[in-house]
Design a protein around this ligand. Structure first.
Ligand code: SAM
Length: 217
């Protein structure tokens, strides 16, 4: 449970403009969709995916680092890693079972899919979009566990899109379509409070000191 009095006190350290921004961003955040990247080699690609998640309102990103354990490129993520929640997994198995336990269907994005074209994708289901490696694409494990396959139609000579470009196209399309439905896609009030506290923590330099002083009165 969030201590509302503490939260109000912390938010009094923020400008009205900053607070308004927190609230308007939170109103567009969703956990109805999430994203997972599987062992992406180039960390600028993972960083760009995180940036797109923030831009299109996807609150949680799952990063599988079974082979690669590089850090996020802060410049390319443009600080977006601060505003979205990063869940890290050392195995794709753990990541998928965690997502399934939370009620997500596993959507394997691939340039080879015959299953579902992006424009026919059913946005009403809680979905995790899985993105694969630059050269090999998704592993057999993800392909076998996938509930469906999703393809961005392509008409050129090139075999596939860059992973971060694919993520941006899919998220832009899926989130805008989702917002036209009657689905309850927004964060719960409790989740919004948790994020407000978390964002205060990441924004206010003397956060710990202020909290300590607040409870010592
Ligand atoms: C450069 S592609 C990988 C190409 C790889 N040779 C393959 O066969 O999948 C990297 C990732 O971007 C995504 N991707 C690329 N093009 C896509 C498309 N047309 N539709 C859906 N996802 C795509 C997939 O997640 C893919 O694993």
């Amino acid at each position: 449970m969030i201590d509302i009095k503490l939260l109000n006190h912390l938010e009094s350290y923020l400008t009205a403009k900053r607070l308004q921004r927190f609230n308007s961003v939170l109103d567009q955040r969703t956990k109805h969709f999430t994203v997972a990247t599987e062992d992406v080699y180039q960390l600028h690609n993972t960083s760009a995916v995180i940036r797109s998640c923030d831009v299109f309102g996807v609150q949680e990103v799952n990063i599988v680092e079974e082979v690669n354990t590089k850090r996020i490129d802060r410049e390319i993520a443009m600080g977006a890693q601060k505003w979205v929640d990063l869940n890290r997994f050392h195995s794709v198995k753990d990541c998928i079972s965690n997502l399934k336990a939370k009620g997500y269907q596993i959507v394997a994005t691939t340039p080879h899919a015959e299953d579902c074209d992006l424009y026919d994708f059913d946005v009403t289901k809680k979905s995790c979009f899985f993105f694969g490696r630059e050269t090999e694409g998704l592993s057999d494990e993800v392909i076998q566990q996938a509930d469906c396959f999703l393809k961005i139609p392509m008409v050129g000579f090139t075999e596939s899109l860059n992973i971060s470009v694919s993520a941006a196209i899919i998220l832009q399309h899926a989130t805008s379509k989702l917002k036209k439905t009657e689905i309850d896609w927004q964060l719960t009030e409790e989740e919004k409070l948790e994020k407000r506290l978390d964002w205060c923590k990441k924004t206010i330099k003397s956060f710990d000191e202020i909290v300590e002083r607040f409870y010592s009165y």
